[in-house]
Design a protein around this ligand. Structure first.
Ligand code: MN
Length: 235
């Protein structure tokens, strides 16, 4: 057996819940391999970010597996003065492959969770203007708060239903999963043309309109129909 030359880093995991209350005791843990995020997947959000909402091919960026965080706390990150919330449905794969047909894509889904794609918008904007990669704005520590994973075997595959984000009780983002430009099976099929998807992969499916800044002390609450809410305090 190979001896590690340093202590192996802990494998990132997300707790799994057996019921819609989000109680994770006995639910087990989902081990994370990769995190893909789709951009501009709700027309109203594409418009608010200054883009044409027509159905262009989807585009993706990645976060790091260890950026997922189920602690319920989001430490305000350094080097930014404009950190935004993006409420998103997270999709967890139990298997994968390449060139997955749309009509078989949901067979690969283990489950779903409410999540946040936290964004250093100022740094992302600088990178966009310079034509540079987005990691500095997107893939920072604890940038993907996530709620418990609901197995599809328990809740099915949510294709419509409200997705909302409140900050300190005030509604900020409001949409419907049915408004996604690229539906979950389509994004899995598309990604699998470019990457070999596998068990442990997570896809953040884009955010509805209403993104905006948070401050220390704010309490963000993501609610998605049929899933346990995700409550996160900015610290
Ligand atoms: Mn996003």
């Amino acid at each position: 057996m190979t001896e590690f030359v340093i202590d192996p880093p802990p494998a990132p995991t997300v707790p799994v819940t057996g019921n819609v209350t989000g109680n994770v005791s006995g639910g087990g843990a989902f081990p994370v391999r990769r995190v893909y995020c789709i951009g501009r997947n709700y027309a109203a959000h594409a418009v608010e970010m200054g883009h044409d909402p027509d159905r262009e091919p989807p585009f993706f960026f990645q976060k790091n597996p260890s950026n997922l965080d189920a602690s319920g706390r989001f430490p305000y990150p350094p080097r930014s003065a404009d950190v935004h919330h993006e409420a998103e449905l997270a999709v967890f794969l139990r298997s994968g492959g390449t060139d997955i047909p749309v009509e078989r894509a949901l067979d690969h889904v283990f489950g779903y969770a409410a999540a946040l794609d936290m964004t250093r918008r100022d740094l992302q904007g600088e990178m966009k203007r310079a034509g540079r990669p987005w990691e500095i704005g997107k893939a920072f520590e604890r940038s993907a708060p996530v709620g418990p994973v609901h197995p599809a075997s328990a809740i099915g595959h949510p294709a419509r239903g409200a997705i909302m984000l409140r900050v300190n009780g005030e509604m900020r983002q409001q949409g419907d999963l049915g408004q996604m430009i690229w539906k979950v099976p389509e994004m899995i099929a598309y990604l699998s043309e470019y990457f070999e998807l596998a068990a442990g992969d997570v896809i953040l499916s884009g955010t509805p309109a209403g993104v905006g800044p948070v401050a220390r002390g704010d309490v963000m609450e993501v609610t998605i129909a049929g899933l346990a809410p995700l409550t996160v305090t900015v610290t």
